[in-house]
Write a protein that binds this ligand. Structure first.
Ligand code: MRU
Length: 365
């Protein structure tokens, strides 16, 4: 098996320790792809908040990693001393948590940074900063390892000669590296299998055509771009053997929020008896949220629907509905590929067992 060469230009989040005075977070500006490869340097929490809100950095795991580094940047900015740094952690985390509501990895990473700060107790600011930066690096490295493990766990779902349909971008650009849904694709390619990935364009912000098609081509994966409304006919023509997408938040019962349009694909896949898989790390599960109806769904500006890449495609006054995500009910999901293995069938018990969460059975009095 030849390991697929990972392209470091696809790394969306990077810490550059050499940038003065304290080091800085460097993000690949995904709003400029595929035309331009431009990086932005973030040295204040506002620029990181803004980068997350405007999708310069996007994809649930990558948002979490960026926010973890954002805590260090935000603390540097407030010029704390040995007495004050602890009191600044909460406000910085709260501020970054307000950037986007749906991807739970954001809150997961910020909570982890909060917990680490609590453990550091009365350490000096210099010591605490070193430890918090190390925690952000660990979040990044663990995310990369989880993506590799997801690829290994689910690669067999892509058979030789298969047609794979994916939506939005759940690839290297959406994670520390390698991706979730696309980790299966990359690992199957490493094993020498030949297949085609059909990529939904993904309106309104075109993450499929701008990011996934670009990323797959760079990795020399056989790629065919389709408009979102072509999926049904491709399935009817038996050109799709499996659908694989990522996730932004998975509720305790397996209902899954992902990019708007994912639910339609799951319905179509069920109608055509095609397996529909979600690929996601354990950091995307939200066991506090019982089912999908409780997942907060981000509503985005109407201009994203009235325009395409800044060009008007609708009357400027027309009303718009622009939910960024939808929820696919667990019953439509064949399986969820995680770094611990595949959850199948998707239900609370199997989720808890594959993720290794302890069953808490309350005895009936
Ligand atoms: O609005 P985006 O581009 O952040 O939405 C991203 C998605 O919906 C991805 O499928 C999801 O975050 C999984 S990324 C591994």
């Amino acid at each position: 098996m030849t390991a697929l060469k990972t392209d470091s230009t696809l790394r969306p989040v990077r810490w550059d320790a050499d940038i003065r005075p304290h080091g800085a977070l460097v993000l690949l500006d995904q709003t400029r792809l595929p035309d331009e490869l431009v990086s932005i340097t973030c040295q204040c929490s506002k620029s990181i908040w803004n980068a997350i809100r405007t999708l310069q950095v996007r994809g649930a795991p990558a948002i979490g990693v960026a926010a973890a580094y954002g805590v260090v940047v935000g603390l540097d900015e407030s010029r704390p001393d040995d007495q004050s740094w602890q009191t600044n952690v909460g406000p910085v985390c709260d501020y970054l948590a307000g950037s986007r509501p749906t991807a739970v990895n954001l809150f997961w990473a910020l909570n982890r940074m909060r917990r680490r700060a609590e453990q550091l107790g009365h350490r000096t600011w210099t010591d605490a900063r070193t430890a918090l930066l190390a925690e952000a690096h660990a979040i990044r490295d663990e995310d990369a390892a989880m993506c590799r493990a997801i690829g290994r766990a689910g690669q067999h779902l892509i058979a030789d000669g298969a047609g794979v349909l994916t939506h939005c971008n759940a690839g290297a650009l959406a994670t520390s590296e390698y991706g979730t849904a696309l980790a299966l694709v990359y690992t199957a390619a490493e094993k020498g299998r030949e297949f085609t990935v059909f990529v939904d364009e993904t309106r309104p912000l075109l993450q499929g055509s701008r990011l996934t098609a670009w990323e797959l081509e760079r990795h020399k994966i056989n790629t065919t771009l389709i408009c979102d409304n072509m999926a049904a006919v491709m399935m009817a023509q038996k050109r799709i053997g499996v659908v694989i997408t990522g996730a932004d938040r998975i509720a305790a019962n397996g209902d899954t929020a992902n990019k708007i349009g994912t639910y339609s694909l799951a319905v179509l896949a069920a109608a055509h008896e095609i397996p529909f898989y979600i690929a996601a790390p354990s950091s995307t599960f939200d066991m506090q949220t019982l089912d999908g109806s409780l997942i907060p769904i981000e509503q985005r500006p109407p201009e994203e629907v009235r325009t395409i890449m800044g060009k008007a495609t609708a009357p400027p006054s027309v009303q718009v509905y622009n939910a960024a995500f939808d929820v696919t009910p667990a019953r439509l999901i064949t399986g969820i590929v995680t770094e611990h293995g595949i959850i199948h069938p998707v239900n609370v018990r199997n989720i808890r067992s594959v993720l290794g969460l302890n069953e808490r059975i309350t005895p009936i009095a």
